[in-house]
Ligand binder design. Sequence first.
Ligand SMILES: [Zn+2]
Length: 94
Amino acid sequence: MGKTEQFSDEYQKLRDQLTQTGYICTGSITTVYRKCGKSYCFCAKDENAVHGPYNVWTRKVKGKTVTRNLTDAQAELCKVEFPRFDGHDFGMMV
Ligand SMILES: [Zn+2]
């Protein structure tokens, strides 16, 4: 098997996984850190303490913005499928 065929075989497997998990990766994935808002949590006491990083998937569905948290594995799959997601930013330091 040539290199190209091998790659497309791997690619096909990943595509199948994506299909099985029901993820259609449109939109964008960002990595965010946040405060949970609980007054007793460490993040409320320390200004610099945050939870995260979280992988957040943002996409438009019928004109509405829908967000969903992804596990690291799910985010990785989307990045493999759509390399442009590697440009995720760390901008949302809340
Ligand atoms: Zn917290």
